[in-house]
Each structure stands twice: as structure tokens, then as C-alpha cells.
Design a protein around this ligand. Structure first.
Ligand SMILES: Cc1cc2nc3c(=O)[nH]c(=O)nc-3n(C[C@H](O)[C@H](O)[C@H](O)COP(=O)(O)O)c2cc1C
Length: 198
């Protein structure tokens, strides 16, 4: 069984709909740690040794947040800047994360069709996520296709539940090693390749 660390960041969690639904659905699952960064570090003083220890204790790292300005809420960047240190996460002697898996789990206000070359946002989600992809690669991690929920503002209660169910199945499938790894390179989003027997 793989251990999963969810690095969760939402600066206005009380107002959240979709991310609250996703997080509520995976609370208390064995082998899954939810690390709520804004709750833990309201002053942004990230405890680097604590965060590095958490990384060492898990096999799969999830950057889970709403998509803000084509990227992440600020604490994710702060966490990356401080925790992914040279000599720990990267560099010739920085091999602490080697072989682990990393994945982004995001929600966007924008609908899927605007995330394309000819759409209003001009780039795909995977193009916007390039810094996370390459940061994971630099740290010798494998970056998986992202879990993405689009059109977050128009989701019905039923939609919220369906996405939450997908998120839970994805997490259980990752934990229980149910993924066919050959499908990762072909999938735009991991949502499309969630095994059905999770
Ligand atoms: C500061 C800010 C920046 C945002 N930037 C984007 C963006 O770049 N692209 C996008 O599709 N949605 C953007 N949104 C919309 C959020 O992604 C959306 O509110 C969020 O996914 C809803 O999740 P929640 O229900 O958990 O709050 C932004 C929202 C805020 C508040």
C-alpha cells in the first residue's frame, strides 16, 4: 500500500464548494494524510523540517488547490520555495524524493474549452502546469496527469458528488497500486483513466 500526502491549499476554505467536497470525500482514508497548509500556517511560517519529514514518510505527493491566476494559491509556492531544498529534493546529493510520484489536483472556474490554443486562455491546463511537472522531474519524481475539475462555479450538488467520488476512487487506486502506468503518458487528465474496481 502506497502512502499519499495531500498538500492542500485553499485560502477561503469556508466559501469552497468543490474542493471542500473533494477533501471531505477522502478524509480518514487509511494511508492518506491531508496536510492543510493554510490551516497549519496562517502566518506562512512553514516548518521546513516537519514538511520534509512528511515528504519522506509518503510515496505519492498531491498538490491540491483551486487554480488561481493560472497557477496555485501563494502558500503552495512558498512551500515549494522552502521545502524543496537543494541537497534534499534536487542536486547531486538531493535524492530524498527520487522515485516518488507527484500529481496536481485542481479546480478551475473556467470551462474546459477555453483551455486550448484557440480558446480564451490560449494554453491547455497541462501547459499551465509545466512548472509543477518540471519541478517534480527535477526532484526525480514521476509527474502524473492532473486531476482536474472545470467550471467550478456552475457545478450542481450532484456534479460535486460525482467529482468527489472520482477523487476518492483515484486516491484509492493510487494507494492500492491499481493504475496501469502505461496509460499515464496518453491521458490528458487522470480523471479519464480512473480504474473502475477501486
Ligand atoms: C484569486 C483567484 C484567481 C483565480 N484564477 C483562476 C484562473 O486563473 N483560472 C480559472 O479557471 N479560474 C480561476 N479562479 C476561479 C477558481 O479556480 C475557482 O473559484 C475555484 O476553482 C473554486 O473552488 P472552490 O469551490 O473550492 O472555492 C480564480 C479565483 C480566484 C479567487
Amino acid at each position: 500500500m502506497k502512502k499519499i500526502l495531500i498538500l492542500f491549499a485553499h485560502p477561503a476554505y469556508q466559501k469552497s464548494r468543490i474542493n471542500k467536497a473533494l477533501i471531505n470525500q477522502v478524509k480518514g482514508i487509511e494511508g492518506v494524510t491531508i496536510n492543510n497548509l493554510y490551516e497549519k500556517y496562517p502566518d506562512f511560517f512553514i516548518d521546513v523540517p516537519v514538511e520534509q519529514k512528511l515528504l519522506l514518510e509518503h510515496d505519492i505527493i498531491i498538490w491540491h488547490h483551486p487554480f488561481y491566476w493560472y497557477s496555485a494559491p501563494a502558500i503552495i509556492k512558498e512551500w515549494m520555495d522552502l521545502v524543496l531544498q537543494h541537497g534534499f529534493a534536487y542536486g547531486t546529493k538531493g535524492r530524498a524524493l527520487e522515485g516518488k510520484w507527484a500529481i496536481s489536483a485542481i479546480s478551475t472556474g473556467g470551462r474546459k474549452t477555453i483551455y486550448s490554443e484557440s480558446g480564451d486562455n490560449h494554453f491547455t491546463i497541462n501547459q499551465f502546469l509545466a512548472p509543477y511537472n518540471q519541478s517534480a522531474t527535477l526532484c526525480r519524481m514521476k509527474y502524473l496527469p492532473p486531476f482536474v475539475v472545470h467550471s467550478s462555479h456552475t457545478l450542481t450538488e450532484r456534479d460535486l458528488q460525482l467529482h468527489a467520488d472520482d477523487y476518492q476512487r483515484m486516491i484509492l487506486s493510487l494507494r492500492d497500486e491499481k493504475y496501469d502506468e502505461t496509460t499515464f503518458s496518453e491521458a490528458e487528465y487522470i480523471n479519464h483513466i480512473i480504474p473502475h474496481d477501486a
